[in-house]
Design a protein around this ligand. Structure first.
Ligand SMILES: [Mn+2]
Length: 390
């Protein structure tokens, strides 16, 4: 059986000031063409269909057209909600869509109920695990502890329990939206760290033939059976070096996996340039970036006059301008933004406490209070979103 595994479409998202609806439309055209040209048996979409809980109307219409085309192509499709989606909004109409072969799995109650497909070698059970916010689903899933690992372990227990009731040799696929250990993040994923523990071990998914992961935006192979497709488009300059692809996965009669990367259309390459403004304007080596989306980091000691206008004269698609003046003592003069770059909320808060204590660190109880506070804020936001439907 042949799958096309993709995730993190983030329909409705823009890139800096540029709308990406055209690029997202081109991607979905490419997806449908790939389904036909490569004789795909099922499409797997591992969450973050939309960028926001309440997506803009053109994004909803784009999604609607994509569903119609997949249904017309007669290819079964399994989709889960990600941490950017409103699970309940996305799940509206799931029962009817399922009759058309589009299987939306947005409710944790359905984790143990697979979509069952068949080929000449027998049945394949596809389980969709929607993004599981630990504090909201722990009780429902009967997880032993709090945190992502415990709720995913409980969810996988349900998957394995159902699988055990099926005929011997039934092959299995799980769709998951999570941060799995060994994966490398980029700047465009929303942090889902819980209690300071970000990643769940891949061993949580033992016992299934293929795990179609979403959440991280770079394509990654954690094991031959556990892969991230990554997003089809770059959503931050940190992804400038990504090759954006989908996985074309062949599942053989015995559950063996062969996977191939299928490139996605590139609306415009990304480039991160760094140097003094005059260098960026004069260096002939940068000529190849003229038509790229540009993030320019200016290192001039003194901020140059009107840098954006001068940059766009050479690079019309400059989207981001960063100032990082080269100074002798970068530590004490580093900008606030520089000091925060790449640090989690928890780390920043701990740094602050240490700072006001003149270097005294936190004890474990204080650290736990901070963890709890950040968890509460995220759960509060998720709950408000659920209740208000936002
Ligand atoms: Mn995402």
């Amino acid at each position: 059986m042949r799958f096309l595994h993709t995730s993190d479409w983030h329909l409705g998202r823009s890139f800096h000031r540029v709308g990406l609806l055209g690029a997202q439309t081109a991607f979905l055209d490419h997806l449908v063409a790939t389904v036909r040209d490569r004789e795909v048996d099922a499409v797997l979409v591992a969450g973050d269909v939309y960028d926001r809980a309440v997506p803009p109307l053109p994004a909803v219409e784009l999604f609607d057209r994509a569903l119609h085309r997949l249904a017309e192509a007669g290819v079964p499709t399994v989709m889960i909600s990600g941490n950017h989606d409103s699970a309940r909004r996305l799940g509206v109409g799931a029962g009817l869509l399922g009759r058309a072969g589009i299987h939306l799995r947005t409710d944790p109650a359905g984790i143990g109920t697979p979509v069952v497909l068949a080929d000449a070698h027998g049945e394949v059970a596809l389980y969709g695990l929607p993004y599981l916010e630990p504090a909201l689903v722990r009780e429902q899933l009967g997880a032993a502890r709090s945190g992502h690992e415990a709720v995913l372990a409980a969810a996988m227990d349900r998957v394995r329990a159902d699988l055990a009731t099926r005929p011997d040799g039934t092959r299995s696929v799980v769709l998951v939206h999570a941060f799995v250990a060994g994966g490398a993040p980029s700047d465009s994923e929303r942090d889902i760290t819980v209690g300071g523990v970000a990643a769940v071990p891949a061993a949580v998914f033992d016992g299934v033939d293929y795990v179609a992961l979403g959440h991280l935006h770079g394509s990654q192979t954690l094991t031959p059976r556990v892969r991230y497709s990554g997003s089809p488009l770059a959503y931050s300059f940190s992804e400038a070096d990504h090759r954006k692809t989908m996985w074309l996965v062949d599942l053989d009669a015995d559950g063996g996996i062969a996977a191939e990367r299928v490139d996605c259309p590139v609306p415009r390459p990304l480039a991160r340039l760094r140097g003094r403004l005059e260098e960026l304007l004069d260096d002939p080596a940068h000529e190849r970036h003229r038509d790229s989306w540009i993030e320019a980091t200016l290192t001039d000691a003194v901020r140059p006059h009107d840098p954006m206008a001068r940059l766009t004269a050479r690079f019309p698609h400059t989207l981001s301008l960063v100032f990082d003046p080269e100074r002798a003592d970068t530590d004490s003069l580093a900008s606030y933004a520089q000091r925060l770059r790449g640090r989690s909320d928890q780390q920043i808060a701990e740094d602050f406490v240490s700072h006001v204590r003149a270097g005294g660190g936190l004890d474990p109880a204080e650290r736990a209070v901070l963890h709890g506070a950040f968890d509460d804020v995220r759960v509060e936001a998720a709950t408000t979103e659920r209740e208000a439907g936002r």
